[in-house]
Write a protein that binds this ligand. Structure first.
Ligand SMILES: N[C@@H](CCC(=O)N[C@@H](CS)C(=O)NCC(=O)O)C(=O)O
Length: 215
């Protein structure tokens, strides 16, 4: 058995950790969980006490929270240069963008709940869907501004890093609810991210490319 085990739901935030493990070329096992109450089973709560993915088993213990797992993996395997250490000039930007992924994901998660989890249309709120989708758009604007900055190399930092992994995966979830549209630098960056050999192409959670705000 592999010493690193990722507990995963395809197309969810745990896709970020899977992508990072692949970029780091670490041997790992993936255990896929259904996106349902199974995540609240005693077996799973022992890995993540709030019953969310990802959870990562490593060093004989379980870690949770995507941002924390990404930081830990980058620090544990620094040769890959996917993180930025405390003494590095890019440290602050690395942390800001890595954790900004969660800001974007919160909107994508709210929209996923509205469009996919609330199966009865009467339970959905068009107002919430519209507001959350608009907030995704503001997040996309911030990414576009960063990627189109002067002297850009086409990545969030000077070179590809785990910040690109985190934000790109969040954007890949979020673009099902707000189109990236004419944000040209972001379109090119997403294409570059998805073309990386380590990018895990997945299906499972979403059944549509795009979810319109319900009428
Ligand atoms: N901040 C947490 C959020 C984890 C999270 O909410 N993951 C979602 C999938 S993207 C989940 O497991 N949802 C299941 C649920 O809410 O029941 C992290 O980044 O790990």
């Amino acid at each position: 058995m592999s010493e690193i085990v990722l507990h995963h739901v395809p197309q969810s935030r745990s896709q970020r950790v899977l992508w990072l493990l692949r970029e780091l070329r670490l041997e790992h096992e993936v255990r896929v969980w259904p996106f349902d109450k199974t995540l609240r089973s005693a077996e799973y709560l022992a890995l993540n006490p709030v019953g969310r993915v990802p959870a990562l088993e490593m060093d004989g213990r379980a870690y949770w929270e995507t941002g924390a797992i990404i930081e830990l993996l980058c620090e544990r395997f620094p040769d890959a240069r996917l993180g930025r250490g405390a003494a590095e000039a890019e440290r602050a930007d690395f942390l800001i963008w890595l954790h900004f992924a969660e800001t974007m994901s919160q909107h994508a998660a709210a929209l996923t709940q509205q469009h996919l989890m609330l199966r009865d249309a009467a339970m959905r709120s068009p107002v919430v869907c519209k507001l959350e989708a608009a907030r995704v758009g503001k997040c996309f604007d911030a990414v576009e501004m960063r990627l189109a900055r002067e002297g850009t190399t086409g990545w969030l930092l000077a070179e590809f890093s785990a910040a690109d992994i985190a934000v790109a995966q969040a954007a890949i979830m979020a673009r099902r609810f707000h189109r990236v549209g004419a944000r040209g630098a972001m379109v090119d960056w997403l294409a570059r991210c998805e073309a990386r050999p380590a990018f895990p192409v997945e299906e499972g959670l979403y059944d549509r490319e795009f979810y319109e705000v319900p009428a």
